[in-house]
Design a protein around this ligand. Structure first.
Ligand SMILES: NC(=O)c1ccc[n+]([C@@H]2O[C@H](COP(=O)([O-])OP(=O)(O)OC[C@H]3O[C@@H](n4cnc5c(N)ncnc54)[C@H](OP(=O)(O)O)[C@@H]3O)[C@@H](O)[C@H]2O)c1
Length: 280
């Protein structure tokens, strides 16, 4: 009989656990008998019934826009849990628009929240795991780290940086007993696009092109798989308990495109992306 994940990990910390992928990951972990501490900026979002026979996420208030506060919240939860065996840095958001037309402060805030604050949480969690000589760290990046989406400069930067951080730790963690997973989802049908920030006041001269790209991205997103599939892919990776990159999503995005992209020069990939998204 297959072992439950709780034989490997007793406790988990999941950021952005009240919706979308984070909620699906938390549900999967609870169903596997793992105790889950999950974060949101609004704890009332956890009031819906838990997905696994009454087991509930222990709610943690955390906002990545406040890196010091986020680390303090992590440490309080870790003390309460007696340490985390599994940490999933999942929280993130999109900003969509022309890089030049949107204020630099908006891009900077996104990179600070999604990359710099997440690096802080990663450091706190990874350091504890290294001391204990066991544990698993999962950073939820995106296929955008290898196929940057048009008009999402801050997001692409943050995700590429996060994947680079995970890759660094994959190398450093070798032989330490700690596993590091760079989890790269393709499109999943969550509230991500509804939450995306588009400022109509920030329309630049290329707005028609921005609109075309948005329509293409949004249409693709609306037909994407449900988050349960990402949770199943993550569960399989956690059971393997090995460091590495895990791509998750529809066959074309998560399997065919990364394979084909290795066979052709970058300019061909860029041209395909332009055609796909209808940009300039
Ligand atoms: N869905 C996709 O197609 C897709 C593809 C590739 C990668 N991803 C990545 O997967 C992760 C989860 O996204 P999702 O699709 O599940 O979208 P989602 O439903 O919008 O969930 C995003 C989560 O991030 C949290 N969050 C956003 N900004 C935050 C902040 N400043 N501080 C703390 N938490 C914050 C939100 O928590 P609260 O609002 O509850 O505070 C929310 O639970 C993100 O990192 C995203 O980039 C998603």
């Amino acid at each position: 009989m297959r072992r439950r994940l709780s034989d490997l990990h007793r406790t988990a910390f999941v950021t952005g656990a009240a919706s979308g992928l984070g909620r699906a990951f938390s549900g999967m972990l609870l169903a596997e008998g793992v105790r889950v501490w999950g974060t949101s900026r609004d704890l009332s979002r956890f009031s819906e019934p838990g997905p696994a026979g009454g087991n509930r996420v222990s709610p943690v208030l955390l906002d990545l826009a406040d890196p010091a506060g986020a680390e303090a919240a992590y440490r309080r939860a870790a003390a309460e849990a007696g340490g985390f065996d599994l940490v999933i840095n999942n929280a993130g958001y999109g900003v969509f628009g022309d890089f030049a037309a949107i204020d630099a402060a908006v891009w900077r805030a996104q990179v600070e929240a999604m990359l710099v604050a997440t690096l802080g949480l990663t450091h706190a969690a990874y350091r504890e795991m290294r001391v204990r000589g066991r544990g698993c760290l999962v950073n939820v990046s995106s296929l955008a780290a290898e196929f940057p989406l048009p008009y999402m400069a801050g997001y692409n930067t943050a995700k590429a940086g996060l994947s680079a951080l995970s890759e660094s730790l994959i190398q450093e963690a070798r032989g330490s007993g700690v596993a590091v997973i760079d989890f790269r989802p393709g499109d999943y049908n969550t509230g991500f696009n509804d939450a995306i920030r588009r400022d109509p006041a920030a329309a630049g001269p290329g707005e028609a092109s921005v609109d075309r790209a948005w329509r293409a991205i949004d249409a693709m997103f609306r037909g994407s798989p449900e988050p349960g599939r990402a949770a199943a892919d993550l569960l399989a990776a956690l059971r393997r308990n090995r460091s590495g990159i895990v791509r998750s999503g529809g066959f074309f995005q998560a399997r065919a495109a990364p394979f084909l992209a290795r066979l052709v020069p970058a300019c061909v990939v860029r041209a395909a992306s332009r055609r796909y998204f209808g940009g300039r």
